[in-house]
Design a protein around this ligand. Sequence first.
Ligand code: TMP
Length: 256
Amino acid sequence: MARRRMIYEGKAKILYEGPEPGTLIQYFKDDATAHNAEKRAVLDGKGVLNNRISEFVMTRLTAAGIPNHFIRRLNMREQLIRKVEIIPLEVVIRNVAAGSISRRLGVEEGNALPRAIVEFYYKRDDLGDPIVSEEHITAFNWAGPQEIDDMISLSLRVNDFMTGLFSAVGIRLIDFKLEYGRLFEGDTVRTLLADEISPDNCRLWDLESGEKLDKDRFRQDMGGVTQAYSEVARRLGIIKETSGGDNIVSFNGGQG
Ligand code: TMP
């Protein structure tokens, strides 16, 4: 088989040139990093789970009318996506205080926030992805005012949708990170949700016990990381059963 052209390699994903113009293949690796890549590990099966969980969420967002880059899953670790120009911002939506907002503002972890809060971070690993304001974003031309409005309104819609999706399966959506891209169509530009939505970039707590079912298990050396991701997939109906934490799982529907 001819080698595909690699477009980009990130910490947890690789992008290859797609089969048709305007498409890319997004490959999910098992690699995990935290604390700005100071902590690294390979977590067997994480990429397969994230590919499936992200497919599940993106497909439902499409059905709910929220435009995103997902086209279809190709196999265990790959999905076909629309090629977009990534806006160099991470958009974090928070419902409950945890992580950096607790550290920065002294809000106790677990406290519900008065309303959903949307934050922007500048995607720059060498600077540790600093938090930025809309003033910074427009002054440095990372995104325009209309794009900022689009990102905020789409993010709040994604938040409403995902809060319901997860609460229906006994999971509390604490916060999550989104990325957006620009899709050029003739002389128009559309803002599209891109990247992935998985336990790598969400905080998901069991509604009853408060148990963490997300990447904080890795960040905080709690163990059971892929088991927690499998549990999320199981509750969403993506996989049939976890087998005593061995990650030998059977996926519902489709090839791969
Ligand atoms: P934070 O509390 O560390 O700022 O993280 C907020 C949410 O964003 C949490 O769900 C984890 C996610 N996140 C990422 O996906 N990538 C990142 O680089 C950071 C800093 C956070």
